[in-house]
Design a protein around this ligand. Structure first.
Ligand SMILES: *Cc1c(COP(=O)(O)O)cnc(C)c1O
Length: 425
């Protein structure tokens, strides 16, 4: 009997998870996801139990309460973006928002043209959607980026054709944190009368995002990167100058003005709305605080370790992002040497091998340094103490790994590694 009670009480389960994390792993991976802010969780709770109605139930109080909460959240998210609430459509996350934006435009405007412009360093949700469209008769230009990861407006200008229907360019990159010149790109797209979509997932909550300043026609965002729950996102769709029309990718009950059918995830939406409210309230101070911590981390490492290179732009970058390469050290080995810090490396595990990140490749980082890279992603709950602890553990690990590296030793002895004749077997 006691067993049944235990397994059905979510708070028991919750405290068990909390207890298991007593050996505290410092979370430095806020580009991958963020923890739900306790204020967000608190706002969501009633919508799982007492206010559980279907927002589409028009004929009773349960439905009205749910709908009211959804519309309040929609307003909060719209205000965060400088948009009208009617321009916000809820999705399951930014992967779906990106799919809906690109496939929705492609299908709706196919008669006007079949050419799309994007960049080589977009998130896979953009790149793979574009690849899919290429199999359906669309043509896609994948623009290169400069050494810092910024797309050049001249390159966009040169790529535009009479049949270009969409320009999709991310606001900030999830690996290297580089921020694009959004207002300049948006203004250009507007002048040419081409729809402009941006994946703004990483920018939201870190830098000011405003659809009018950027002249964005479509903008993807997701709750779980801004201290909201996973599995809920949104797409901003401009309604005026121009009015953007999209073909849906999900068909059904005609929810969300027919653009995205499916029963609304009310608790998720409420959490997303609260997360957006917190972004509006906290953004300038939080970004300044996180930037200071990021600089402390960077300088702390540089003060004790040589041959560290920064990947991405030195200033036009997200305040919470530090992506660095430690020459002569494998990123994977370094990650395993600091198990008490949660970070990501610049190598992607494919089925058979470790591939260097396509983003680092695109900005001209060599294969060796790409495999030596680590991404630190700071966040709302990162403390100075955690940063100092991360510096200490990272520095120790790099020093230890380099002590075991013959290449590092040779380089330190002044041997030019490029002149070494390696014997191959
Ligand atoms: C995380 C992320 C996504 C995907 O968002 P989901 O809500 O997890 O589907 C898309 N684009 C960027 C830049 C991201 O960082």
């Amino acid at each position: 009997m006691a067993k049944v009670e235990k397994s059905t009480n979510p708070f028991k389960v919750f405290s068990k998870v909390a207890a298991s994390s007593e050996r505290k792993v410092i979370y430095m991976d806020n580009h991958a996801t963020t923890p739900v802010d306790p204020r967000v969780l608190e706002a969501m709770m009633p919508y799982f139990t007492t206010v559980f109605g279907n927002a589409a139930s028009r004929n009773h109080a349960y439905g009205w309460s749910a709908e009211e909460a959804v519309e309040a959240a929609r307003l909060s998210i719209a205000q965060m973006l400088g948009a009208n609430p009617k321009e916000i459509v809820f999705t399951s996350g930014a992967t779906e928002s990106n799919n809906l934006a690109i496939r929705g435009v492609a299908e709706m405007y196919a008669e006007k043209g079949k050419h799309i412009i994007t960049t080589a360093i977009e998130h896979k949700a953009i790149l793979d959607t574009c690849k899919y469209l290429e199999t359906k008769g669309f043509e896609v230009t994948y623009l290169p980026v400069d050494h810092y990861g910024q797309v050049r407006v001249e390159d966009i200008r040169a790529a535009v054709r009479a049949d270009t229907i969409l320009i999709s360019i991310m606001a900030a990159n999830n690996e290297i944190g580089t921020i694009n010149r959004m207002a300049e790109i948006g203004t250009f797209a507007k002048e040419r009368g081409i729809l402009f979509h941006t994946d703004a997932v990483q920018a939201i909550g870190r830098i000011p995002v405003n659809v009018e300043d950027w002249k964005a026609d479509l903008l993807s965002l997701t709750a779980h990167k801004i201290y909201g729950p996973k599995g809920i996102g949104a797409l901003y769709i401009r309604r005026k100058n121009p009015r953007v029309r999209l073909s849906p990718i999900l068909f059904g009950g005609g929810h969300e003005r027919g653009v995205r059918s499916g029963t609304l995830n009310v608790p998720g939406i409420v959490g997303f709305g609260k997360a957006a409210e917190l972004v509006r309230e906290l953004l300038p101070e939080e970004s300044a605080r996180v930037l200071k911590l990021r600089e402390r981390l960077h300088q702390g490492i540089l003060a004790q370790v040589d041959e560290v290179t920064l990947n991405g732009h030195p200033t036009e970058r997200l305040p919470n992002n530090l992506n660095v390469s430690f020459a002569y050290v494998e990123g994977e080995a370094l990650m395993m040497s600091i198990p008490d810090v949660a970070v990501s490396s610049g190598s992607a595990c494919t089925s058979a091998s470790l591939e260097p990140s396509y983003v680092l490749k695109a900005i001209g980082v060599g294969e060796d340094l790409a495999h030596s890279s680590i991404r630190f992603g700071l966040g709302r709950f990162t403390t100075e103490e955690e940063v100092d602890h991360t510096i200490e553990m990272t520095v120790k690990a790099v020093q230890r790994l380099r002590e075991m590296s013959p290449l590092y030793e040779m380089a330190k002895e002044g041997i030019d590694l490029k002149t070494v004749q390696w014997t191959t077997h």
